[in-house]
Unconditional design. Structure first.
Length: 142
């Protein structure tokens, strides 16, 4: 297909599909997102999922850096835990971990680990929370 025709086709689809960043039900009754992507029947490719993951990680980093002045100075494993929890829970729910965040800010890794484990998050994510708590605890070795 010629480049000009491809561009015209793309613009035509965008005009009639419209854009939605959130899932909606199309006229056919299917969960749809973006420019009419039927996620129930088409889904997404692994490459698309990888792209979304990288975008989401970058967004978490941006959000964490905006609220934590010394985020990049934290030990690597603490950064990993914070980004993982931000990704999994969203920033607003991560901010509810006030005691854990205060302990991280103070460099009290044992307390940060204990606070992470003393949460509904730990009950729901089990292994993930235990690994993240161990990562926080390992920051005392740095």
């Amino acid at each position: 297909m010629k480049d000009e025709l491809y561009t015209e086709l793309t613009n035509h689809i965008k005009e009639y599909e419209g854009f939605s960043r959130l899932v909606y039900e199309c006229t056919g009754g299917y969960a749809t997102i973006g420019y009419g992507r039927n996620v129930e029947q088409v889904g997404i490719s692994k490459e698309e999922a990888e792209h979304l993951l990288q975008n989401d990680i970058q967004q978490c980093l941006k959000e964490l850096r905006s609220i934590m002045n010394k985020f990049d100075e934290l030990p690597d494993k603490a950064q990993l835990v914070l980004v993982d929890m931000c990704y999994n829970l969203g920033l607003s729910k991560l901010l509810n971990f006030e005691n854990m965040l205060d302990a991280i800010d103070a460099g009290n890794w044992e307390k940060a680990s204990e606070e992470l484990l003393d949460s509904r998050y730990a009950l729901q994510t089990k292994r993930r929370a235990r690994i993240n708590a161990a990562f926080l605890l390992s920051c005392s070795d740095v």
